[in-house]
Design a protein around this ligand. Structure first.
Ligand code: GUN
Length: 284
């Protein structure tokens, strides 16, 4: 029976640390870290994420602004807003909540964010630094996953890490972070055949493909450490991860719950990156 990895608890520690650092930065330099959150359209999940991110900023002493834009906004109006935020001295971090509406070219928008304010770490320049092993901003969810493993003193070096999902937000960056920590990393996806042969090899399994309860008990080996990045809604409205928690926890040594696992860590690392950006700005 697995030990439950408590993301709420770990995130509280990190948020306390960030609050303390924000206070010190303010005292020593007068700089108050500032985050601009840009939300396009009425995606209910995105609205909740942005609300939670801003609330957490307030609690950490980070200034935040929200730009809630209509679904029909043009790409050029969105680019103009980003340009204005790039030049705004109060703002150290710009977060464009994804996904964006179909008529907007996501890559173009992410490239428009100044790399020095790209606290999500999605700009190709920052992706490059991450690939190189010399990151400026580590994407928040992958960063949070590594913090969870470290907090529970779970060894990464030399382990077989299997990442299911190859998104730019989670799958690819978390694979790089695990690789940099000397895991042997395999990235799987919807066309991996047979997927269960690969997932059964995992000492550390990261499930990030966005399909409810997809990882079943027979797809993992005894003692596996399971990190569930999924946030799906059951037909009854209940939140559920990508892992069949009840079955998999019987075999795992550690497992993250949904909610209360990876989710709170994403927010904590966003605060961390915003503080880190503001601290960096004092030297430039
Ligand atoms: N959508 C899902 N996860 C994320 C994230 O970490 N950052 C942003 N900006 N959008 C997201």
């Amino acid at each position: 029976m697995a030990e439950i990895i408590d993301g709420k608890e770990v995130s509280q520690h990190i948020r306390k640390e960030v609050s303390e650092e924000v206070r010190k930065l303010k005292e020593e330099t007068g700089i108050v870290p500032g985050l601009a959150a840009v939300l396009v359209g009425n995606n209910p999940a995105s609205e909740i994420y942005v609300r939670n991110k801003r609330k957490a900023c307030g609690e950490a002493g980070i200034y935040s602004e929200e730009y809630k834009l209509p679904e029909e906004i043009t790409e050029s109006d969105l680019l103009s807003l980003i340009k204005k935020l790039n030049e705004d001295e109060k703002i150290h971090g710009i977060l464009v909540q994804l996904p964006l509406p179909k008529h907007i070219n996501e890559a173009k928008i992410l490239r428009a964010v100044s790399p020095s304010k790209d606290i999500d770490g999605f700009h190709p320049e920052n992706v490059g630094y991450l690939v190189e092993g010399n990151p400026r901003f580590i994407p928040c969810t992958p960063h949070g996953i590594i913090k969870l493993l470290d907090y529970y003193k779970i060894e990464i070096q030399g382990k077989e890490a299997v990442v299911v999902g190859r998104s730019n937000i989670v799958g690819k960056p978390v694979s790089l972070l695990l690789l940099h920590r000397h895991a042997t990393v395999t990235i799987c996806h919807s066309r991996t055949k047979p997927l269960e042969d690969v997932t059964r090899r995992a000492d550390i399994l990261v499930a990030a493909m966005g399909r409810a309860n997809f990882i079943t008990g027979d797809m993992v080996k005894e003692g596996v450490v399971v990190i569930d990045v999924g946030i799906n809604r059951n037909p009854d409205g209940k939140l559920t991860g990508d892992v069949d928690f009840e079955k998999v926890k019987e075999k795992a040594s550690y497992i993250t719950p949904v909610p209360g696992g990876v989710g709170p860590m994403t927010i904590a690392m966003l605060l961390w990156n915003t503080w880190s950006s503001a601290r960096g700005s004092k030297d430039s």
